[in-house]
Design a binder for this molecule. Structure first.
Ligand SMILES: Cc1cc2nc3c(=O)[nH]c(=O)nc-3n(C[C@H](O)[C@H](O)[C@H](O)COP(=O)(O)OP(=O)(O)OC[C@H]3O[C@@H](n4cnc5c(N)ncnc54)[C@H](O)[C@@H]3O)c2cc1C
Length: 512
């Protein structure tokens, strides 16, 4: 790596870069591109010599060897302390690099995102005159993660969450987290709007809630208000107009409004949709002794929950610190992670075909070899991680109706094939609209939302769009998502905020 030549790179070389060289998240492919970008940025960033880290080289998947290195880059007056993992394979008797991962760990002399400032001084709630380095809207796992890392890095922030009590929502673990990281939070407070004053380079953030209407000022704004699960998506036949027209005598709701079906015990329940939410609600109905039917339109990929446990166990287990496991997993290019997940999960499916055979015999249309990462990062769902409902379907305790709904009727549903299904309760498990910008627009307004990048889904390089980086505005970030990436990327949100606080702009590499 200290004198990298294009010949050292395997034909399928892939380089995942996270803030060390590029000030953003990029994945580069092909020996020519990787070599050219690496050479250019090594020079531009005054990269130091690489040194072997204390970590022993590791054989991975019986296929390659990972060697962990440390290095430094210069960024203005900042010195970025970085890690790289270089993966080596033998090609025609020569060791070649087929994968490189590089990421920023910390800025020298400015703390480390993994080293919390503990204590209970979580009361830095200032007056309107105070200018925070950052305001974080939303205290789910993402907002809380970013907040903890900000505290560790000396970024002066405040977090608002509109729920009355985060602890009640998240559970006991929250208290430990809040204490460990001295989270500066005002709960029961909704962030209503944020406007950008370009002349003074400041956000004015308006909140309402337990302390009435308040205004706050900050240099940077982080939206971590969820990942676009706010607007329920309803099929055309279940629009308000159609429900009224049909004269349906039962109850029809979207899963977003479902809490339980206790009032319908022993009655007829219909679930529209066969992904995770649909199965969970069908199981709930069946547990209440309801006559339960799931309506399925297309094929659904099903994976037993246990398969995911097996797939993750080599990294996530009681013997390995979570921070180390995250480094090993989350720094991998998503394309590689995806191939590895497919390899392990599909092997499990091939070896145990009975579950899928039995589901099909019970009328459930299965997609046998689905792509986990497409579901998680592309479609935002559409699969079922089986935690019990498959057994109910196989035993016909939950019945299947694999037909397309034509319309709602007085008594239930009419299908395209002319058949009908009567129902007392219909729950639409048809997902949500996923344009995060619509949610953001409610806060930052139309003009700024229009310049924001897409959020979620994969770009051409395989990076998550808009994720944990500047969101089309030089002082706006948006952030959210599942536990592991929320936990790991929170360091990068905080490091970028710290860099801005220290007076250095974020300049994402746009080449080649
Ligand atoms: C059915 C379902 C099952 C899932 N299962 C899993 C799973 O098993 N594992 C997993 O990792 N992920 C799962 N996910 C994804 C899950 O939603 C995310 O992992 C997690 O909730 C994302 O955390 P977050 O902090 O980004 O957003 P959220 O948890 O949605 O937190 C956002 C917070 O912001 C608050 N907020 C929103 N607007 C405002 C405002 N204007 N002002 C102040 N506060 C505001 C909200 O009240 C909330 O507290 C699931 C999602 C769904 C829908």
């Amino acid at each position: 790596m200290n004198s990298l030549d294009q010949d050292h790179l395997a034909e399928n070389i892939i380089w995942r870069e996270m803030l060390a060289f590029t000030d953003t998240f990029r994945t580069f492919y092909s020996p020519h591109v990787v070599h050219a970008v690496y050479t250019e940025l090594s020079q531009e960033r005054g990269r130091s010599e690489f040194e072997l880290s204390h970590k022993e080289p590791q054989v991975v998947e019986n296929s390659w060897i990972d060697v962990t290195l440390t290095f430094a880059v210069k960024d203005g007056e900042l010195v970025g302390r970085c890690t790289a993992v270089v993966s080596l394979v033998q090609v025609d008797g020569m060791w070649k690099i087929w994968m490189v991962r590089s990421w920023l760990e910390s800025y020298e002399g400015h703390g480390h995102p993994d080293e919390p400032k503990s204590g209970h001084d979580n009361s830095n709630i200032q007056s309107e005159d105070h200018i925070y380095d950052a305001i974080i809207a939303g205290g789910g796992q993402s907002g809380l993660g970013a907040a903890g890392r900000c505290k560790a890095l000396g970024v002066d922030y405040i977090l608002f969450d509109n729920r009355p009590s985060i602890a009640k929502q998240i559970g006991a673990g929250y208290k430990d987290w809040a204490f460990k990281h001295a989270i500066n939070v005002q709960e029961a407070t909704s962030v209503d709007s944020a406007s950008w004053d370009g002349a003074n380079q400041l956000w004015t953030v308006s909140t309402s809630g337990k302390n009435g209407d308040q205004k706050w000022r900050c240099k940077n704004f982080v939206l971590s208000i969820g990942t676009g699960h706010k607007t329920p998506s309803r099929p055309a036949w279940a629009s308000e107009h159609e429900v009224k027209r049909s004269g349906f005598k039962g109850t029809l709701i979207h899963s977003a409004d479902y809490h339980n079906a206790n009032d319908f015990a022993g009655k007829r329940g219909v679930v529209i949709g066969t992904a995770n939410t649909g199965h969970d609600i069908a199981e709930d109905m069946a547990n209440l002794g309801m006559d339960t039917t799931m309506v399925q339109r297309g094929k659904t990929w099903v994976i037993p929950g246990q398969f995911l446990v097996y797939a993750h166990q080599p990294d996530y287990n009681l013997d390995k610190p979570v921070a180390e496991a995250d480094r090993e997993q989350i720094t991998q290019p998503l394309k590689v992670l995806s191939e590895l997940a497919n390899k392990h999960i599909w092997a499990g499916i091939r070896a145990n075909p009975k579950l899928w055979d039995d589901l099909e015999a019970a009328g459930f249309k299965t997609e046998r070899y689905g792509q986990l990462f497409n579901h998680l990062y592309g479609r935002f769902g559409g699969h079922y991680i089986d935690i019990g409902n498959c057994a109910r379907i196989i035993k016909w305790e939950v019945k299947m109706k694999p037909e397309v709904v034509k319309e709602l009727t007085e008594n239930g549903l009419l299908f395209e094939d002319g058949s009908t299904l009567d129902a007392d309760l219909i729950v639409l498990c048809t997902g949500f609209e996923h344009d995060f910008r619509k949610d953001a627009q409610g806060i930052v307004g139309h003009e700024i939302a229009a310049q924001m990048d897409d959020f979620w889904g994969l770009d051409d390089e395989g990076e998550i769009k808009g994720y944990a980086k500047l969101a089309g505005h030089p002082h706006l970030f948006y952030f959210g998502g599942e536990a592991r990436i929320a936990r790991f990327y929170s360091r990068f949100v905080a490091l970028q905020l710290q860099k801005l606080k220290l007076g250095w702009p974020i300049q994402p590499y746009r080449g080649p």
